[in-house]
Design a protein around this ligand. Structure first.
Ligand SMILES: Cc1cc2nc3c(=O)[nH]c(=O)nc-3n(C[C@H](O)[C@H](O)[C@H](O)COP(=O)(O)OP(=O)(O)OC[C@H]3O[C@@H](n4cnc5c(N)ncnc54)[C@H](O)[C@@H]3O)c2cc1C
Ligand code: SF4
Length: 342
């Protein structure tokens, strides 16, 4: 640890996995770190998840490990940036708690928003009670009551909701939702062993170590039925059951099933809460609204502006291991920047 680093302030905006990991790493390098989180708890989306793919690791354990070693990081929850001014060297940042910080570098770890599934009206989210999202199901796994889940006997999962979809302006793949669907399908089958569970997918994107095993287990151990094809329409009968129309593109024929529960795999979209910061700092965004790094190959953690860096899902969909790796890389990029500009 270099003692002179303590004289340098770094402000990290966003207290999810990326912000926490980057703050810890910068702290271990000796910098004075201010971590700003707008919600009343640290953890970002990780704090909402129950178990993580591909191995079923409890999300609370991962978050607990991360937050157990925050060192001297000064973190503030329920706090936002109210004003940001660029100085000749660094930035003046005023917070909603009245504090003002002169930052030598700024790291944005503002993450993503979950796609608003009610925008896909054909699936009936917000219209039919028994249509829920992947995030609602995580809540239920965590012990939060979800009235729609009442001993379902036939359950469907719809992949690619709000991703790979020109109509909603999101052409990209959200990367995490195939694995989430397979994980959740197995978990719900454990809770309701007699249930028939379908996954309606376009392509299955199960990359990396442990993912293929999870997919094989879903078929062999849990008997999940994978149907290649898009759900085209959902309606409700008078008893509240869902009538789902889909196209089985492998069999080349239409499919109609009646379900008790439909889970929509809402994807990852840009976080609109970062818009005032983007405007104040004149940062570049991509056509889908995620923050645009300077160079996606070798400088993925750098912005176009001096002293501003990015990590995690603010630049696009990421898994937690990707996010943690990026956070460490961002800390190293900041370290190099401050050393070169000393
Ligand atoms: C349904 C679902 C399940 C998933 N399950 C898994 C899994 O099992 N395994 C896995 O590896 N990955 C999983 N992921 C992906 C995982 O959630 C992300 O990789 C991770 O949350 C990204 O971390 P982040 O810190 O970049 O963003 P986030 O988790 O979104 O955190 C960003 C934080 O910044 C805060 N923030 C935003 N704007 C501001 C602002 N202006 N001021 C202050 N604070 C701000 C937010 O409140 C939030 O706390 C899943 C994703 C989804 C959608
Ligand atoms: S990860 Fe799977 S469900 Fe998610 S957008 Fe990509 S293909 Fe669709």
């Amino acid at each position: 640890m270099e003692p002179k680093n303590q004289q340098k302030n770094i402000v990290v905006i966003g207290g999810g996995p990326a912000g926490i990991e980057a703050s810890r790493t910068l702290d271990s390098l000796g910098y004075t770190v201010f971590l700003i989180e707008k919600e009343d708890r640290l953890g970002g989306h990780l704090a909402r998840w129950d178990r993580l793919f591909p191995y079923g690791t409890p999300a609370g354990d991962v978050l607990g490990q991360m937050t157990a070693s925050m060192g001297r990081v000064k973190w503030f929850t329920g706090t936002e940036v109210t004003q940001l001014n660029r100085l000749e060297r660094g930035y003046n940042i005023i917070l909603s708690n009245g504090m003002s910080v002169l930052a030598d570098a700024l790291l944005l770890t503002t993450g993503f928003s979950l796609f608003d599934a009610s925008r896909k009206e054909e699936y009936g989210y917000g219209i039919y009670d028994r249509v829920i999202t992947n995030a609602d199901l995580e809540d239920w796994f965590s012990g939060i009551p979800v009235p729609a889940i009442d001993s379902p006997r036939r359950i469907g999962f719809v992949h690619c909701v709000g991703s790979r979809d020109e109509k909603v302006g999101n052409r990209y793949c959200s990367k995490v939702c195939c694995a989430t669907a397979v994980k959740q399908a197995c978990e719900i089958k454990e809770k309701f062993p007699d249930a028939v569970v379908y996954c309606f997918y376009m392509d299955l994107r199960m990359f990396g170590r442990g993912y293929e095993d999870m997919y094989l287990e879903a078929q062999k151990k849990y008997g999940i039925i994978f149907v290649r094809g898009r759900v085209s329409e959902v309606s409700e009968d008078k008893d509240g059951h869902l009538f789902v129309k889909a196209e089985d593109t492998l069999a080349g024929k239409p499919l109609r099933v009646t379900l008790d529960l439909l889970v929509l795999m809402a994807g990852m979209t840009r976080n609109t809460a970062v818009a005032p910061i983007v405007r104040a700092l004149e940062l570049s965004t991509m056509e889908d609204g995620f923050l645009k790094p300077k160079d996606s190959m070798t400088q993925a953690q750098s912005s176009y502006a001096a002293g501003i860096f990015y990590a995690g899902a603010c630049t696009g969909p990421k898994t937690i291991p990707d996010t943690v790796a990026e956070a460490k890389a961002a800390a190293m990029s900041i370290n190099e920047y401050l050393r070169d500009n000393d």
